[in-house]
Design a protein around this ligand. Sequence first.
Ligand code: SF4
Length: 721
Amino acid sequence: PETEGATWYKTVCRYCGVGCGVMVAAKDNRVVAVKGDTENPVNKGLLCVKGYYLDRIMNTEEGRILKPLIRKNGQLTEASWDEALDLVAARFREAIDQHGPDSVGFYGSGQNLAEETYIANKLFKGCIGTNNVEGNPRTCMASAVAGFLSTFGKDEPMGNLDDIEHADTFFIIGSNTAEAHPIIYSRITTRKQTGKDVKVILADPRRHRVADIADIFLPFRPGTDLALLNAFAQVIIEEGLHDPDFIERHTTFQDGNGAITFEQYVAFLQDYTPEKVAPITGLSPDDIRAAAREIGARGRKTMTLWCMGINQRTVGTWLNNAIYNLHLLTGKICQPGNSPFSLTGQPSACGSVREGGGLSHLLPCGRQVTNEQHRKEVAAVWGVDYTRMSDKVGYHTMEMFRAAGDGRIKALLISCTNPGHSLPNLNSVRASLEKTFLVVMDAFHNRTTELADVVLPSALWCEKEGIYGNTERRTQHLAKAVEPKGEARPDVWILLEIAKRLGYGEYFSHYTSNEVIWEEFRKMGGGGTGYDYAPYERYKQERGLRWPVNDKQPAGTTLRYVEGDDPFVPEGAGIYFYGKPDGKAVIYARPHRDPAEVPDAEYPFYLSTGRILEHWHTITMTKRVPEIMKGAGEFYCEIHEEDAARLGIQNGDLVKLTSRRGQVVATARVGGRAVPQKGLVFLLMHDDRTERLANFLTNDAVDETSKQMEYKVCAVRVEKA
Ligand code: SF4
C-alpha cells in the first residue's frame, strides 16, 4: 500500500468549524492518505465527504497558484517574489504616506491560522496604525459574537459538543446541521437512536435533511423567527416552565432603553402569544405551543443549535439574544446537555479571528480598539508605541469594500478568502475591487484573484503548521506534512516579508517560528481575561484543549461560568456570568422586525442562499475533487412544486432570478434533498460561473449592532429563462 513507509501527522480538517481530527500520511513530499483521527473526541475517527477527500486538494496543481503574479498590461504575469513583494510594499507605503493609515486595509478569514491573524493584526493595527482589519467571520459570526457579548459579556459558548450526548431535546433553528456540520449531525442522530425518548425540533423555512429526524417541524415564514422565539418565551412563562429561582439569582432584564423588570418583560411578551404569532409565522398556535413545551419541559435537557439562518440577518444579534432568553428563563444552561450552542461555519473563525481580535473594533483576547488601557496592554506585548495605534473603529466589511470603491481605501490585502464571489450585492463589490490596488494571498485561483493587481501564492493546509480554534473553544494544532507546491509560501512568511519591506522589520524579526508567534499571542490572554491557552508544544501532543486552560484547569474547561470547572468562577458562586459586572446574564426584550427586504408585487419571492454537504463555500477547493464533482457537480435553485407549476417551470429548466441588485441564471430543482416552502426560492452559493454567482442577488443590509449582512432573506422575481 501507498502508506507503507509513510509518516503519519496529526492535523485538523481544512474545512468547517466542527474541527474534526485528521491523520495525514505523507511520503516523498506527497500526501498519500488521509483518515479520521480516532483519538480526536470531536469526530472519533469519522469524516464527512469533504474531509475524506482532503488528499485530492493537496495533490492537484489544477487551479493552484504556483508563482507570484503581477498584473501587467491587463494580464496577470509571473514575477519573482522580490518583484511582487516590493511592488506591494511600495504601493501600500505610497497610500499610507500620501493618504494616511486609514487608506489601506486587510481582509482576512476564519480559515487563516491564528498566527496569520496575529501577524496581520500587529502589522496593520500596531505598526501602520489603522483598524481597517476585517475578516469573513463578519459575514458569518458577527451576530453570534454580538449576542454573546450583550447577553453574557464574553464571547463564545459556555457549553461544548459533549452536550450532544447528554441532551434529551435538540432545538435546531436556522441551521441545516446535516449538511453544514455533518459530524455534529451524526452525533445528534446517534444520540436520537440510542438515547431514551430523545426529541428533535426543527424550525426552518425550508424542509431539509434535519427534518428527516424531527419530531416537530416548524416551517416558519422567512424572517419571522424572532416572533417565534418570543412566543416560546411567552408559553414557557405562562405555563410555569420557567425557573424563578435561577432567574432571580443569575439574570437581569433589559429592553432597548435599559433595565426593565421581569413583569415588564412578561408584559412585552403579551404581543407574542401563539395566537398572535401564528399569522406572522404561518404556523399553527398548537405547533408553537408544542415546541415551546418541549423546549421548556422540566426534567429534560435542551440543547439549542443555530447557525447562519440566525446570524446572517439584520436582527441577527437580537435573535441570538432571544435564543439565550429561553435557556436563561428555564435555567437550562451551564449543565451537561442544557446548552445554547452557537455553531461556527469556518475552521478557525473562533480561534483566529474572534479570539485573535481580527475585526475592525477588536484587539486580541476580547479587547477593544476604543479602550485606551486595552491598546496599552496590546502595544506592550507587540513592542510598539501605543500612541501609534488608532482609537477609531475601522471599517466593517461592507464599508471596507465600499471604501475601496469610492477611493477611501487605496490598497487592500486579502488573505484566504474570496470576496469577489462571497460578499452580498456582488456587482457593487466587484466594481469596488477593480478600483483599488488589490493584493490577494491564496492557494487557488478564484473570482477575487481575477480582479487582483498582485497575486501571492499561499501554502495550503498541511503544507504549513499552525493553530485552529473550533466551534467548542477547542484549540488544535495542525502539523506540516509536505512542502508547499511551486513557489507557494505560508501566509505568515508573506506577511512578515511585507512588514519588513514596509519598514517595520524590527517589530517582526523575532518571529522565527509559529511557536514564537503563539507564545507571544498567549501573553495577550491570562491575567483574568478568561482567554488562557496552553503552550504551543502541548497542542502538538494533545487532541486539542478547550480554553480556558491554566494551572487550575490544565486539561481545559468543559463548562464555562460553572464553579469547579471554569477557573474564573469565584468560590461559592455556583454559576457566575463573570463577563458582566454583576455576574448576571441579561434577558432582552427584543421585538420582531421585518427583514430589510420582503417580497412585493415586483419581486414576489423570498430568496435564501446556502450550502450543500459536498461543497465548501466558493468551491475553490472542493471543485478540484473529481469524486465530489461527479456526485454533486450540479448547482441549482430549489423551488416549491406549486410555485414551479404556476410558473411553468420543470425540474432541470433554466430560470432567471432577479433582485433589485442583479440577476442570475440557475437550474431549477423541483423536489430533491431539500424543499423550500411555497413562495421561497433557495439558491446554492457554490456556483462560480459569472452568470450564476448567487450574491449578485443578495442584500448587503447589515445588523446595526454586529454589522453582519442579511444573506438569508431578500426578495426576487423568478422567470423561466
Ligand atoms: Fe471537515 Fe467539517 Fe466534514 Fe469534519 S464535518 S470532516 S471538519 S468538513
